[in-house]
Design a protein around this ligand. Structure first.
Ligand SMILES: Nc1ncnc2c1ncn2[C@@H]1O[C@H](COS(=O)(=O)NC(=O)[C@@H](N)CS)[C@@H](O)[C@H]1O
Length: 439
């Protein structure tokens, strides 16, 4: 992408309303624009990252055997009356009346709707196990939307729902989600710790939140810091092997890790002093097992092998897709700007031309752009007629992992400069070597 043909409304100044670094940088890097409290337009650079995060979430859900679909944002109130949540849900629910005076709502979550889909089409245990999910915009009329996309009112969530014949199968689905979440966050360069949590309006008594440690996190967390060293890495896990999946979950949830809602000071005392940590975390996902809470209320039942009919066992599992942009920036930035992990960066590399209009420099940049594209890498080429300092500042702010700097002097010696955004180290090499370094 050539910057002179893109739309990247970078801000020079720190916006006054931004209180945390991720909000500040997302505004300054021209990634979002607030349209109302907690409601944003996703400008091109932010939209590109949002799509990359969505893609990782989709891939890991499909890898776990979960099936994507798409439910609407607007829901009929009657579904929520069946579960009894229409009144319970409270002020956060945006209630709407259509021209026929039908009571609707902008969905904050989809347990009722997915259960309605299930009960309309599934009747036999032979169709289980079944996990359906979607990535869809939600609305929660938060009393105090703040911190940019971190606590929005309209936000993007992956919400998945499992339907199983019995509790054991539902708990395996719970564990499948835990493993798929661990892998999802690792692919985004995040360490998200599963912590026992409280279930709130979703219900049930078995739930873990996934928290990214960050000073600006809204949740207070208590943990054994050895948990931060646990990694799935490239381990292949057979999602159908209940014992293997349970073993991985055990590995990641044995060390003490609790949010303030479930913290037990006594148990925490058992953690060796050197490892006992208190901090703050950003909740980037939550998984729930809640049995037959919705299937009972809404008559979602299946015929069992012995011919009887039972309500299905369920759970629901959410990832804060739009919140993740903020969480990743909180976990990966410096005083010049964002430092995108390779897995989610909007562009893998930026090309900076030090002398736009200089024949050799322009030709070398065009050559690099094409050579990178030939390897499937779309560069962001800053071809503006701007001072070098301004170009470097923009690249540092938007946080691409690599920058290739091209200038007449370097070219005279047959080299360009390759700079790593994370380490700040630069190295001179031929344009060909630069492409190989980044590919
Ligand atoms: N106001 C918000 N702004 C941005 N992200 C949010 C907001 N509220 C929740 N989220 C994200 O959405 C994730 C799932 O939300 S949740 O309430 O925990 N779970 C559910 O709604 C369940 N239905 C999961 S399917 C949270 O872990 C969080 O990362």
């Amino acid at each position: 992408m050539r910057l002179t043909r893109y739309f990247l409304p970078v801000l020079k100044e720190n916006p006054a309303e931004a209180q945390i670094v991720s909000h500040r940088y997302m505004l300054r890097a021209g990634m979002i624009k607030q349209q109302a409290a907690g409601i944003y337009s996703w400008l091109p650079l932010g939209f590109r990252v949002l799509k990359r995060i969505e893609e990782i979430v989709h891939q890991e859900q499909v890898r776990a055997g979960h099936i994507p679909l798409l439910m609407p944002t607007l829901q009929p109130a009657d579904l929520w009356r069946e579960s009894g949540r229409y009144d319970d849900y409270g002020q956060e629910m945006l209630r709407i009346t259509d021209r026929q005076k039908r009571e609707m709502l902008y969905g904050p979550t989809n347990e009722e709707m997915i259960t309605d889909i299930f009960r309309s089409h599934v009747n036999s245990y032979k169709d289980l196990p079944l996990t359906l999910y979607h990535i869809q915009w939600k609305f929660r009329d938060e009393m105090r939307p703040r911190f940019g996309v971190m606590r929005g009112r309209e936000f993007l969530m992956k919400d998945g729902y499992n339907f199983d014949l019995d509790k054991e199968a539902a708990l395996h689905a719970y564990n499948r989600h835990m493993v798929s979440y661990l892998r999802t966050y690792e692919r985004m360069g995040l360490t998200a710790i599963p912590m026992r949590a409280a279930s709130g309006p979703i219900g049930g008594d078995n739930t873990h939140e996934f928290l990214v440690l960050a000073q600006t996190g809204e949740s207070e967390v208590f943990y054994d810091d050895r948990v931060t060293a646990l990694k799935l890495g490239s381990r292949e896990i057979d999602y159908d092997d209940r014992a293997a999946v349970a073993k991985v979950c055990e590995e990641f949830t044995t060390l003490y890790a609790r949010t303030d809602e479930t913290h037990e000071a006594g148990a925490f005392e058992a953690v060796p002093e050197a490892h006992r940590k208190v901090g703050r975390g950003i909740e980037v996902g939550q998984i729930f097992y809640f049995g037959t809470k919705y299937s009972e209320a809404m008559g979602a039942t299946v015929v069992t092998p012995d011919g009887s009919r039972v309500p299905v066992e369920m759970g629901s599992h959410g990832i804060g897709v739009s919140r993740l942009l903020g969480a990743i920036i909180e976990a990966s930035h410096d005083d010049k700007g964002i430092i995108w992990p390779e897995g989610v960066t909007p562009f893998p590399v930026g090309i900076v031309n030090l002398k736009q209009g200089d024949g050799a420099a322009d030709a070398a940049c065009e050559g690099l752009y094409k050579a990178l594209a030939a390897k499937g890498l779309e560069a962001l080429y800053d071809d503006r007629d701007e001072r070098a300092g301004a170009k470097f500042a923009t690249m540092d702010l938007i946080g691409l992992p690599w920058r290739i700097t091209v200038g007449p002097r370097g070219l005279a010696n047959g080299v360009v400069e390759v700079t790593s955004r994370r380490t700040g180290e630069s190295e001179e090499m031929s344009p060909e070597a630069a492409v190989d370094r980044i590919a």
